[in-house]
Design a protein around this ligand. Structure first.
Ligand code: NAD
Ligand code: UDP
Length: 315
């Protein structure tokens, strides 16, 4: 049994990770400031004596003895990370420094949840880890993109300078149950709008693309990365290479929910990437043939069921 710290563990991805780590027989300590996460995401874990939930902000140091750290704390939806952009940068940068300092002191392995956003509005398609990206350093997404890029830099500098045992994954758009219905991200927006019979909000002409990964596939990739060979540090893309336009996504959601919702077109936010698709050759090679197994239709069906229940029984 390992003792594992998960920062941002009360969020969408973090709650699935805590659950899986507990199921695998580990002890899990979850720290979260509840900015975008909530106790309700992990309430079903609270009766497990090997789970601890602690209110803590990662911009402040945290002291504990653990074997592994998964650093997920950071709002992930543009609406939320732009709400207090300076705080978002602090969370990524100071959170990374605090977790790396902790890992250094206690000699723990530490995994950073980085993002496909480090590629910005990519000019190389699909994106390989060797691509350095195309990020506007002063745009409205920069608090997130540059915060995450700086965190990656910190991870590799702590490794090179202090021999900290690091792992870095770049997560591509991930969806699934326990996304916040007010999260603002496209999958949750479209499903909630379709279920309520409201207009589906297409930003721009809807021709921009994303590649959507179901959360269970991400968790499997994350755990394989944490347990990968000692001299592999990444960064490694973890995503589903099947790429869709936002119009295609809207059509699938309308069909699967039998919704009468119509499409409405709103302005495209600044610096919104036009295309995104992971090249997962490296993940397959290094992570024991890891690849996504849940395709969009199946994943959407499970996510629609979750939101349908939530709307009928609000918490
Ligand atoms: P989320 O917003 O549901 O989860 C983030 C969690 O971090 C929340 O519980 C929030 O309360 C917590 N948090 C935020 N600031 C904090 C702070 N200062 N101190 C402590 N806790 C804090 O988002 P998510 O989708 O679960 O994302 C989790 C991680 O994965 C993030 O680091 C995100 O950048 C990364 N990621 C997610 C996606 C995706 O598509 N979901 C894609 C790329 C990267
Ligand atoms: N989007 C949209 N309608 C919405 C929310 C988002 O058309 O209600 C678009 C958004 O402009 C972007 C894509 O969907 O092109 C994915 O947006 P999201 O915020 O989910 O993720 P990110 O842009 O960070 O990949």
């Amino acid at each position: 049994m390992k003792r594992i710290l998960v920062t941002g563990g009360a969020g969408f991805i973090g709650s699935h990770l805590c659950e899986r780590l507990l199921n695998d027989g580990n002890e899990v300590i979850c720290i979260d400031n509840y900015f975008t996460g909530s106790k309700s995401n992990v309430i079903h874990l609270l009766e497990n004596p090997y789970f601890e939930l602690i209110r803590h902000d990662v911009t402040h140091p945290y002291f504990i003895e653990v074997d592994e750290i998964y650093n997920l704390a950071c709002p992930a939806s543009p609406v939320h990370y732009q709400f207090n952009s300076i705080k978002t940068i602090k969370t990524s940068v100071m959170g990374a420094i605090n977790m790396l300092g902790l890992a250094k002191r206690i000699k723990a392995r530490v995994l950073q949840a980085s993002t496909s956003e480090v590629y910005g509005d990519p000019e190389i398609h699909p994106q390989k880890e060797s691509y350095w990206g195309n990020v506007n350093p002063i745009g409205i997404r920069s608090c997130y993109d540059e915060g995450k890029r700086c965190a990656e830099s910190l991870f590799f500098n702590y490794h090179q300078q202090n021999n900290v045992d690091i792992k870095v994954i770049r997560i591509f758009n991930t969806y699934g149950p326990r996304m916040n219905p007010n999260d603002g991200r496209v999958v949750s927006n479209f499903i909630v709008q379709a279920l309520k019979g409201e207009d589906i909000t297409i930003f721009g002409d809807g021709q921009q693309t994303r590649s959507f990964q179901y959360v269970d596939d991400l968790i499997e990739g994350m755990i394989r990365m944490m347990n990968s060979r000692n001299d592999f540090h990444g960064p490694v893309n973890i995503g589903n290479p099947n790429e869709f336009t936002m119009l295609e996504l809207a059509e699938q959601v309308i069909e699967l929910t039998n919704s009468k919702s119509k499409l409405t077109y709103l302005p495209l936010p600044a610096d919104d990437p036009t295309q995104r698709q992971p090249d997962i050759t490296l993940a397959k090679k290094e992570l024991n043939n890891w690849e996504p197994t849940v395709q969009l239709r199946e994943g959407l069906t499970k996510t629609i069921e979750f939101f349908d229940n939530l709307l009928k029984n609000p918490k």
